[in-house]
Design a protein around this ligand. Structure first.
Ligand code: ADP
Ligand code: ZN
Length: 747
């Protein structure tokens, strides 16, 4: 593994680096420290240390930067010599510390993704409130004489407060059935006094022995292997591969329990927020309490409290999105990446990184095991398991049910009616399922009503003015919207080009259109549509999932939001509307993605009862991906895909990096991209492809060109890329260059 030996080892002479572990410790009286600030720079800056302050590497500080004061972290490495006149002092030492392993992690990611260290650090310092003093909870308690003016509400409050204990203000008002102003009035009258309570822990301690399941023999064998990884207390990676419904969660929970028992903190990553909700309940059922939660949907207050709780070791287990990787766990001892194949783990903006891969790095630096779990592992993880770099833990059978029976519907033989999208075969199956008292799901990975709207008279097509993309018809919101930049317009009555009336037609299906067709076909059933753009909040989403779980809907129509990970006990039939969508793209991972998505979504059927079915509408039932899905022969798919990747030198058999050059005009972007390609260093086995106009040629008004670099497996791609960028003319003006190592998106 790559690492930076120049950091994390020898530290600045001014520092008492208690966790440097390099033998150079000892407090030496000096005046300066290196401080990394969360702005787009690679270097740590040098600051003076006021006499009254002692600092060590990892301390969170406030420092002046230009006219501002910003957060920073005292970093490893000797400070630069800065003339005393120019030197500015650290303004304040804050309540926070970034441990040595976390600092190495920042350095590692910056190095690997060719990002500035400051930009990576910014991901750690997203909760500045967490470094200030902790806000106490405002509370009140009985202190003085009864007020002169007594009301029934005041009386009720005082009866409750008569216990003499400190009460949270809101809780007291609520218990008395009074408004908050009543309590406030009693404080002003001097009857109650204000006191400050330390905040309660953000979550309770999980109990590893709370409700262990009885495992099947296969599950127990798998769990034993995972417990052994935890017991070894060293870096390792295990790929937990089991068919949908095999009980992977139950099994990795055994490793979680083992780590908790050993006094370590645990982090479970999930690829998207919608998956956290069900996870919280399952965790609570197993460990008696909810884990800490970390994603963009939590409130700022919970965010601050969770950050602190993790840093102080009070929060023992966290479930979160990829940003949870940057939480300051002092005792992290197990990291689980659930649905490890999911493209949602790739962050595509700012620091472009794969949270799955960085989780493995985090484990390597931290010296603890990492578990990757999936029913459809990525080719990369599969290859690592086959090479013996990862332990391969498998669960071949479903728990308590058989796998669903999957069949293709050949759309050439059984086409839908004109202007419709459901084949008669699928319609029949839905009727049968629902009249049998079970649920059906129709899946289409496309939001909105129709992907394209055009004028029948003049052929005008609605296109985004900022992107090379059609505007998607969203009927429920009555607008046409761009899925790349969000630009939206109201759907007009007349064609904006030829002014014809009633001439606009929707082309192709989105989930909203399927819902319309289903409502028409099955007027008497309860239909629920799930699409990310129609969900208001996480609790809203949770409510809908609960309705499905409780069997309060007959037919679910959804996008990939429903395809992943969820456990719907009543679901017996899954119909895939357009299985061919993903295969048409030029993306080298198209086959893998389609296989994963189809396997995952059909895997929602029949999880609690035999007889589940999957029906796949396709124009190409002979396609190897369709054949593998229908026959259930996953090994055939992996073997074929692996062989093809190897033959064409694609990951994991070779390395890729994508460079995207964007500019305000096509000429500007294309000119720079060509010049960049010309100065690429020569190296054996390295090929520079392009520049070519990106498939998404314009996004948000910026013209885009792509260069793809293919290199052999063992090649030091980062060093080569750095050499290249150094050789190129700086990107000035409106030009931007982004480097994507191990690209997932090829748009
Ligand atoms: P996977 O993650 O492999 O798709 P899950 O862990 O979600 O599978 O398990 C599928 C269902 O089977 C869940 O409802 C789970 O609670 C149940 N299950 C799995 N193993 C057991 C077990 N040993 N005892 C009881 N229920 C189990
Ligand atoms: Zn747009």
């Amino acid at each position: 593994m790559r690492g930076r030996s120049d950091n994390g080892a020898g530290s600045a002479s001014c520092l008492d680096d208690k966790d440097g572990g390099d033998g150079t410790r000892g407090v030496v009286m000096t005046m300066t420290v290196s401080v990394l600030v969360p702005v787009a720079v690679a270097r740590a800056y040098t600051y003076g240390v006021p006499d009254s302050m002692t600092l060590e590497a990892g301390d969170v500080v406030a420092v002046p930067l230009g006219p501002r004061t910003v957060l920073g972290v005292v970093w490893d490495g000797a400070p630069d010599d800065v003339p005393a006149k120019k030197l500015r002092d650290v303004a304040e030492k804050l309540d926070g510390h970034i441990g040595e392993k976390m600092r190495r992690f920042v350095d590692w990611i910056a190095d690997y993704t060719l990002s500035h260290r400051g930009t990576v650090l910014r991901m750690l310092l997203r909760v500045p409130e967490a470094f200030g003093p902790e806000k106490p909870v405002p509370a009140v308690r009985l202190a003085g004489k009864p007020p002169e003016r007594m009301t029934p509400a005041r009386k009720r409050v005082l009866e409750i407060a008569a216990d003499g204990l400190a009460w949270n203000k809101g809780a007291l008002a609520q218990a008395a059935g009074a408004g908050p102003s009543v309590v406030e009035g009693l404080v002003e009258a001097g009857t109650l006094e204000r006191v400050a309570l330390p905040p309660a822990p953000v979550v309770d301690n999980p109990d590893p022995d709370y409700a262990p399941p009885t495992l099947s023999d296969d599950q127990e064998a798998a769990a034993r292997q995972l417990r052994e990884c935890v017991d070894a207390d060293a870096f390792s990676v295990a790929l937990v591969e089991g068919v949908t419904g095999a009980g992977k969660t139950e099994v990795y929970f055994e490793a979680v329990a083992q780590a908790l028992k050993a006094g370590r903190q645990v982090l479970v990553l999930v690829p998207e927020i919608s998956l956290t909700t069900q996870f919280l309940d399952r965790f609570e059922a197993r460990f008696g309490t909810r884990p800490g939660e970390w994603h963009s949907g939590i409130t700022p207050r919970t965010r601050e409290r969770t950050w602190r709780g993790v840093a102080k070791g009070q929060v023992r287990a966290v479930v979160g999105a990829r940003s949870a990787l940057f939480l300051p766990f002092p005792e992290l001892g197990l990291l689980v990446v659930d649905e490890e194949h999911d493209p949602g783990y790739k962050q595509e903006e700012g620091v472009i990184y794969s949270a799955r891969d960085m989780a493995v790095v985090r484990g390597m630096i931290g010296g603890f095991p990492v578990l990757l779990s999936s029913a459809t592992p990525s080719i990369e993880s599969r290859a690592n398991a086959e090479r013996g770099r990862y332990l391969h833990v498998t669960l071949p059978d479903r728990f308590g049910a058989s796998l669903p029976d999957i069949k293709a519907i050949d759309m050439r033989a059984d086409p839908p009616e004109r202007g419709r999208f459901l084949s008669p075969v699928l319609i029949e199956a839905v009727k049968e399922t629902i009249s049998g008292g079970e649920q059906a799901l129709l899946f289409l990975n496309r939001r909105g009503y129709a992907p394209l709207t055009l004028c029948r008279k003049c052929g005008f097509r609605f296109e985004c003015p900022n992107c090379s993309a059609w505007l998607v018809d969203h009927r429920f919101r009555r607008e046409l919207q761009c899925h790349h930049c969000g630009h939206s317009i109201r759907r007009p009555e007349h064609c904006p080009n030829c002014d014809a009336e009633d001439s606009l037609v929707a082309c192709g299906p989105g989930v909203e259109r399927i819902a319309e067709e289903a409502a028409d076909l099955f007027p008497d059933i309860r239909i629920l549509m799930l699409s990310s753009d129609l969900i208001g909040s996480i609790s809203d989403l949770r409510q809908r999932f609960d309705m499905i779980e409780r069997g309060e809907v007959d037919l679910v129509i959804g996008t990939q939001l429903v395809a992943k990970g969820h456990n719907f006990p009543h679901l017996a039939l899954v119909g895939v509307i357009d299985a061919d969508i993903g295969l048409a793209s030029a993306d080298p991972r198209a086959a893998e993605r389609t296989f994963q998505l189809l396997q995952q979504v059909t895997g929602r059927a029949g999880r609690h009862k035999d007889g589940g079915r999957g029906l796949i509408q396709t124009f190409d039932p002979e396609h190897p991906v369709m054949k593998a899905i229908i026959s259930g022969d996953r090994e055939a798919f992996y073997a074929r895909e692996m062989e093809q990747r190897e033959r064409s030198g694609l990951p994991p058999f070779g390395r890729l990096a994508a460079i995207v050059v964007s500019g305000r005009t096509q000429a500007e972007a294309s000119g720079y991209a060509k010049a960049l390609a010309r100065v690429a260093p020569r190296a054996e086995g390295v090929r520079v492809l392009g520049p070519a106009e990106a498939p998404l040629a314009v996004v948000r008004g910026r013209h885009r060109f792509r260069i793809l670099v293919k290199a052999p497996r063992g090649f030091d791609l980062q060093a080569w890329l750095r050499q290249w960028i150094a050789a190129a003319a700086p990107a000035r003006g409106g030009l931007r260059v982004s480097i994507d190592v191990d690209p997932v998106s090829f748009l």
